[in-house]
Design a protein around this ligand. Structure first.
Ligand code: ADE
Length: 363
C-alpha cells in the first residue's frame, strides 16, 4: 500500500462557510503555499524522522516515545503540538503515524461542529490509529467535553432520546492516539490541555536549518541550486520550511523563464524581489501592517481592531499570520495599551522612530 494511502481526511459540515477565523486559516495556508495545487506538494515533506531537519529536541523526544510505545506493543500517548504555522506540526504527526505503522485520521476543530461528528469519528478509530485534530483550539465546548472521557478512559457517554425516553449510552472505544495541533496553545481549555501527556512547542528554524531544507527540496524537485542561492531563499523564509518550499518553487519558475534554470544568489534575489519578498522575508502584507502602525499610528500604541480596520484586513489574519514573526524579530511589541513598532520596525519601513502627529502621515 502506498504510504499516503494510510491517511483519511474527515471534514465537517461547515466546510463551505467562511468565518473570519476560517479566512485567517485559509490565509495562513495560501501565504505559505499549502493550498498550492502543484504536483508533489506533499512530496517535499520528510516521511521519516531520519529525514527531518531541525526541531532536534522535539524530534528526539518524540522518537523515544514512539520507540518505547512500539517496544511495549502499546499506542503512543496523546500529544499536543503548538507553535506558528508552517513549522511542521502536521508533518511530524504524519511521521509519527508512519513510524507507528498505523493510520492517521485527519480532521480539524472547526470541522467537528456537533457532538455527533466527534462521536462518529471516535467510534470509527481502530486500535492504535492516530486522530489528528488541526486547530484544536477551535473545538466547541460541547464537542471538547466528549474528548475528555475518550482520551482518558477510551469511552464516550452520550444521551439518546428525550424526557422519559432519555437513555445514556456507554460506548467503549478502541485505544487510539489523539494528536492536537494549534497555533494558539493559550486558547486551549486547561482540562483539554492537561489530557495530553506529551506537549511540544515548535519554534522557528535557524537559517542554517532552512538552507538544508531548501537544498533537500531542490534535490527532490531536480532543480540545480548553489549554496548561495539556497541561502538567499532560506534567509527570506521567515524560519519556516513551508514558506521556504513555496519560495523555492517561485524562484525555480523564475530561473526557468528568465535564466537557464539554475538557481544562484543573483537569480534568487531577483525572483524574490519580483515576488515582493524583502531581504528579511517580509512580504506585502507584513509591510502593510508595519507601515500602517508606523505611519497612521505614529508607531503606536494601536489597538488590533483599529489596525485591522486601517489595513483593511481581518484581526485574526493579523494576529495569526503577520504578528508572530514581527514579534520574533523585534519589529513590534504587544503592550497592554496596544501594538507598538520598535525602532528597528520603524527603521525597516524608512522611518527614524521620531514620533510625528497624524497630520504628517504619508497616506
Ligand atoms: N520539508 C519541510 N519541512 C522539512 C523538514 N523539517 N525537514 C526536511 N524537509 C522538510
Amino acid at each position: 500500500m502506498p504510504e499516503s494511502a494510510r491517511e483519511r481526511v474527515v471534514t465537517g459540515p461547515d466546510d463551505s462557510v467562511s468565518s473570519p477565523e476560517q479566512r485567517a486559516a485559509e490565509m495562513l495556508r495560501d501565504r505559505a503555499g499549502r493550498n498550492s495545487n502543484s504536483p508533489g506538494m506533499n512530496d517535499l515533506r520528510p516521511r521519516r524522522f531520519a529525514d527531518y531537519i531541525g526541531q532536534r529536541n522535539v524530534v528526539n523526544s518524540i522518537q523515544i516515545a514512539v520507540e518505547a510505545a512500539k517496544h511495549r506493543g502499546d499506542t503512543l500517548d496523546h500529544a499536543l503540538f503548538h507553535g506558528p504555522p508552517g513549522l511542521g506540526k502536521t508533518t511530524i504527526s504524519q511521521i509519527i503515524a508512519r513510524e507507528m505503522d498505523t493510520t492517521l485520521v485527519h480532521t480539524s476543530g472547526p470541522a467537528l461542529e456537533r457532538p455527533a461528528d466527534v462521536v462518529g469519528i471516535l467510534s470509527n478509530q481502530k486500535q492504535g490509529d492516530v486522530l489528528f485534530i488541526d486547530e484544536i483550539h477551535r473545538l466547541s465546548h460541547a464537542v471538547e467535553e466528549y474528548l475528555y472521557s475518550a482520551m482518558e478512559d477510551f469511552r464516550v457517554d452520550f444521551i439518546t432520546g428525550t424526557g422519559a425516553f432519555a437513555k445514556t449510552i456507554n460506548l467503549p472505544l478502541q485505544k487510539f492516539t489523539l494528536i492536537g495541533s494549534t497555533t494558539r496553545a493559550g486558547m486551549l481549555s486547561p482540562p483539554l490541555r492537561e489530557r495530553f501527556a506529551l506537549t511540544y512547542h515548535l519554534d522557528y528554524y535557524s537559517d542554517d536549518e532552512i538552507t538544508q531544507v531548501v537544498k533537500r527540496s531542490a534535490m527532490i524537485l531536480s532543480v540545480p541550486i548553489d549554496n548561495a542561492g539556497a541561502e538567499v531563499i532560506a534567509t527570506r523564509s521567515r524560519g519556516t520550511p513551508r514558506i521556504a518550499n513555496n519560495l523555492l518553487r517561485r524562484v525555480r519558475d523564475f530561473a526557468q523563464v528568465r535564466g537557464d534554470g539554475t538557481i544562484d544568489a543573483e537569480i534568487a534575489a531577483e525572483a524574490l524581489r519580483v515576488e515582493g519578498v524583502d531581504e528579511l522575508g517580509l512580504d506585502r502584507l507584513d509591510r502593510l501592517y508595519l507601515e500602517t502602525l508606523v505611519r497612521q499610528y505614529s508607531g503606536g500604541p494601536a489597538g488590533i481592531n483599529a489596525l485591522a480596520a486601517s489595513a483593511n484586513e481581518e484581526v485574526q489574519t493579523l494576529e495569526d499570520v503577520v504578528e508572530p514573526f514581527l514579534l520574533k524579530i523585534g519589529f513590534i511589541l504587544r503592550t497592554p495599551q496596544g501594538r507598538r513598532a520598535t525602532a528597528a520596525g520603524m527603521g525597516h519601513v524608512g522611518e527614524d522612530g521620531t514620533r510625528r502627529g497624524q497630520g504628517a502621515l504619508l497616506w
